[in-house]
Design a protein around this ligand. Structure first.
Ligand SMILES: Nc1ncnc2c1ncn2[C@@H]1O[C@H](COP(=O)(O)OP(=O)(O)O)[C@@H](O)[C@H]1O
Ligand SMILES: O=P(O)(O)OC[C@H]1O[C@](O)(COP(=O)(O)O)[C@@H](O)[C@@H]1O
Ligand SMILES: [Mg+2]
Length: 320
């Protein structure tokens, strides 16, 4: 029986576990022997690969993170370690890979394909939502709900003290989490790496809004801007409001996957196994303009990330 290995790699994201389960189930359904790789690329090198039993993937659908654990591996950049990974797959008859991860993980598996011609199918999973070619990556909805819940709680105390709160969301280079959160939590300010900001005009807008009687204020800032501290001090100095900074951090990566993440995970996972079954070699699962599909990795790697223009337009009003 031909083997298919399933792994998670890069930053963990809610939805990885439902994707593991659906990929293993569908691989079995099509007559493959599914394997699980522990510890991401590191485990591939260190031979942490086991056959899947039904027990391994039962009772995981509701769990956050990844039962397979994940890693970022410096060694995978070196040919000798990728060769060790290849030998580990070869000795078990594993000829195909499903990788659930982000852009970095897809680049890694593309390099692996160039070296040893092991076909892979990529399932986009990163709370950053920064993979070109797809509107959605697993983990984003769960992270957004986590942020919404946190900002709703912050709003209670902000209102009670008429304070300003700067809330920093994750997003290494991408402001999607911050933008979607700013709009859905009614923030007064939003700062993201993609949009220019103008503090003078923000100040003017808020002075007109408050007419000398500042209410509470919520500012959402993406970590990629490196502006949270500065904005917190600026609000105190310029708007004369008592301001506090909350960095949400890794809390955004955890939590039980939402229904949307579970459903998207199942559809991406079935698509990934089907893509490999059709004999395709380096495809990424995508969800674009309401439709599921696949894109070859080179198109994903060469494309620019496109943000939802309507969301961008709404956020432009919050950074001026
Ligand atoms: N060009 C590459 N060649 C080999 N390995 C790579 C390459 N790019 C990324 N990787 C591996 O992929 C891992 C995951 O990428 P990373 O950007 O950390 O996470 P994500 O997949 O979530 O974007 C990296 O830690 C590294 O081991
Ligand atoms: O968990 P770490 O290594 O501190 O990395 C934090 C980074 O990982 C993320 O949570 C997710 O990024 P990736 O999915 O690309 O790995 C970023 O938002 C954040 O900047
Ligand atoms: Mg990434």
């Amino acid at each position: 029986m031909e083997g298919i290995a399933i792994m998670t790699s890069g930053g963990d994201a809610a939805g990885m576990n439902p994707a593991i389960k659906a990929a293993a189930d569908h691989a079995m359904h099509l007559g493959y022997e599914p394997f699980l790789v522990d510890d991401g690329l590191r485990g591939l090198i260190d031979d942490k690969i086991e056959k899947v039993s039904d027990h391994d993937v039962s009772d995981i659908i509701h769990r956050g993170g990844t039962i397979l654990r994940s890693s970022r591996s410096k060694r995978f950049f070196e040919y000798e370690h990728r060769l060790a990974a290849y030998e580990n797959l070869k000795k078990r008859g594993i000829e195909k890979l499903v990788v659930i991860g982000g852009d970095g993980s897809f680049r890694a598996l593309n390099q692996f394909y160039a070296d040893f011609q092991v076909p892979f199918a990529g399932i986009p999973a990163t709370i950053d939502n920064d993979i070109p070619g797809t509107d959605y990556c697993l983990g984003v909805d769960t992270a957004l709900n986590m942020i919404r819940q946190s900002v709703d709680s912050i709003r209670d105390t902000a209102n009670s003290f008429r304070r300003a709160f700067v809330v920093e969301t994750m997003g290494r280079h991408c402001g999607y989490l911050a933008m979607a959160s700013a709009v859905t939590s009614g923030a007064e300010i939003c700062m993201v790496p993609e949009l220019e900001y103008d503090l003078d005009s923000i100040g003017e807008r808020l002075r007109v809004k408050y007419q000398g009687h500042p209410n509470f204020l919520i500012a959402i800032v993406a970590e990629g801007c490196n502006m949270s501290d500065y904005l917190n001090r600026w609000i105190g100095d310029t708007l004369k409001m008592d301001s506090r900074l909350t960095i949400l951090g890794h809390i955004q990566r955890g939590g039980s996957p939402t229904v949307r993440d579970r459903l998207m995970a199942s559809k991406f996972a079935v698509g990934a196994v089907e893509s490999l079954h059709r004999g395709e070699t380096c495809n990424i699962m995508i969800y674009k303009s309401g439709h599921f599909g696949t894109l070859p990795i080179h198109k994903v790697a060469d494309s620019q990330l496109e943000m939802d223009p309507a969301l961008v337009a709404m956020c432009k009003k919050l950074c001026k």
